[in-house]
Design a protein around this ligand. Structure first.
Ligand SMILES: *[C@@H]1O[C@H](CO)[C@@H](O)[C@H](O)[C@H]1NC(C)=O
Ligand SMILES: *[C@@H]1O[C@H](CO)[C@@H](O)[C@H](O)[C@H]1NC(C)=O
Ligand SMILES: *[C@@H]1O[C@H](CO)[C@@H](O)[C@H](O)[C@H]1NC(C)=O
Ligand SMILES: *[C@@H]1O[C@H](CO)[C@@H](O)[C@H](O)[C@H]1NC(C)=O
Ligand SMILES: *[C@@H]1O[C@H](CO)[C@@H](O)[C@H](O)[C@H]1NC(C)=O
Length: 439
């Protein structure tokens, strides 16, 4: 009874703790730094201005708007992010069709290196842009006035501000807006941004009246956490523990008779169940994100699930001990097992990389698990070898050997074998030319 409740409590703890750590509730209030920017104060002076922290890329966004006499909407915007690099770019845009990058009418501010003054232009973002074709400043079919880019050295904010006249076709109660940050630009041409989730989730549907927004990546965020936790526990923790049990507790250095198999099988089965749920969630998330795919993570994930499934089948198809296929079965089972041990950490780190730069908690949590597992393996390995060597040396030659007998035997053996080895070494080294010297 006890042996079955303990693991359950352990799993629950594993499951709840990281979830608490990873679900940080961030407020949507703009930071004081941002609210004290001259650009913001200038905006707020004339109209009542709303401000909110955007969900990704540490961006903050302020706006005010009013209707013009022609049923158009004049929107004043200010967006800023702390630019951590010498050069870079910041983009903001509206999309008349969908909350996505392709089709966005963007305003992009570029901060050149060397502290030169930044410049700002409008750009059409098209399918070609996504395929790494160059983009050049162009007319975007919207009237954009007073566009400015500014780098505030004191606080590190890089901002763009502009006045955009939106025609009637844009619905200000559900405006698709998109933002982006990149760190490479050449002349007037912004270059590819990083490809983390943050860069893909930087879009939402905003109601300019109420400030309410519908973030596109929001629903997926919880599922991603669950996916990560399930797979780190299932694939990344329980499966390696199962391997450790099989390696060290089956015969040598510890012999747990039938127990080792129960533990080994339970770990793998539980790991497989959790991992498969996580994998299913991962597939769902991959299916949901229509505009981007993380190929390496996906392919490795599918391989891991495939291999793990074969391993579970292997349990069912296990030949008996005396069966002549048993040897082949062992090779197969071990090969798949050790391949999994390599692929799993690689893919977990792939997944963690996707979350950059908000991935430090994940990274350190998993680093911790790996270090712990590695320490256990190291300790067991050292113990195995010590026991092995000790048993070998301690093997009595004539009847019973007491520990006091063994000590001198050890040194005898040592001084007895090493010169022999030296001699053979010398013989082969010097060959026939120097044979007299050896004599
Ligand atoms: C503005 O919209 C109203 C109602 O939709 C319409 O009656 C009016 O003609 C429009 N004015 C202009 C200048 O388009
Ligand atoms: C930056 O400044 C240095 C010296 O002032 C100059 O040699 C270099 O070409 C500049 N780089 C760019 C990208 O302007
Ligand atoms: C950009 O898009 C606008 C609106 O669709 C269009 O009028 C304009 O010609 C486009 N510019 C380029 C360079 O394609
Ligand atoms: C643009 O800036 C000028 C000068 O600061 C100002 O007079 C004008 O009203 C601004 N235009 C808009 C649409 O805010
Ligand atoms: C604008 O969007 C709101 C909220 O989605 C919707 O209720 C309204 O019908 C839309 N208006 C138009 C003219 O499409």
């Amino acid at each position: 009874m006890q042996s079955s409740t303990l693991p359950v409590i352990f799993i629950l703890a594993l499951f709840c703790l990281p979830y608490a750590a990873f679900s940080s509730k961030s407020s949507h209030q703009c930071s004081d730094d941002f609210l004290h920017l001259d650009a913001y104060l200038g905006m707020d002076e004339r109209h009542d201005t709303r401000c909110r922290k955007l969900t990704t890329l540490q961006a903050q966004f302020a706006w005010n708007f009013y209707r013009t006499s022609q049923n158009q909407t004049q929107v004043n915007i200010l967006i800023g992010t702390k630019m951590i690099t010498d050069a870079g770019w910041l983009a903001w845009g509206v999309n008349p069709d969908l909350p996505q990058m392709v089709g966005t009418r963007a305003i992009i501010g570029i901060k050149p290196p060397n502290g030169s003054s930044p410049f700002v232009n409008t750009y059409n973002i098209t399918k070609d842009t996504k395929l790494y074709c160059s983009i050049q400043p162009s007319d975007i079919g919207l009237r954009v006035q007073n566009k400015t880019a500014e780098h505030v050295t004191k606080t590190g904010f890089f901002t763009i501000s502009a006045t955009v006249i939106l025609p009637e076709s844009y619905n200000v109660s559900s405006l698709n807006h998109v933002w982006q940050v990149g760190y490479v630009a050449e002349g007037f041409e912004p270059r590819m941004h990083s490809k983390t989730l943050q860069n893909f989730d930087s879009r939402e549907i905003l109601d300019l009246n109420s400030g309410q927004c519908q973030n596109i990546g929001h629903n997926s965020r919880h599922l991603r956490k669950i996916h990560g936790i399930l797979n780190i526990i299932g694939w990344g923790t329980l499966m390696p523990i199962g391997v450790i049990i099989a390696r060290y507790f089956r015969v040598y250095p510890f012999r747990l008779e039938s127990w080792w198999f129960t533990f080994h099988y339970s770990c793998q089965a539980l790991g497989y169940i959790l991992g498969s749920f996580g994998w299913g969630l991962g597939l769902f998330l991959g299916h949901e994100s229509k505009y981007y795919t993380f190929y390496t993570h996906r392919v490795l994930g599918i391989c891991i699930f495939g291999f793990a499934t074969l391993q579970m089948l292997a349990f069912r198809l296990k030949p008996t001990k005396d069966d002549e296929y048993r040897k082949h079965w062992n090779v197969y089972h071990h090969f798949l097992g050790y391949s999994l041990l390599v692929m799993i950490p690689v893919n977990i780190y792939q997944g963690i990389k996707i979350l950059k730069p908000d991935n430090t908690t994940w990274k350190w949590a998993y680093n911790g698990i790996l270090v712990l597992l590695a320490m256990v393996v190291l300790a067991l390995e050292v113990y195995t070898w010590t026991k092995f060597l000790y048993n070998k040396k301690g093997q009595p030659r004539h009847g019973n050997a007491t520990p006091s007998d063994q000590a001198p035997q050890k040194t005898d053996q040592g001084s007895g074998t090493s010169p022999q080895a030296d001699q053979t070494q010398q013989k082969t080294d010097h060959g026939s030319t120097s044979s007299p010297q050896i004599d």
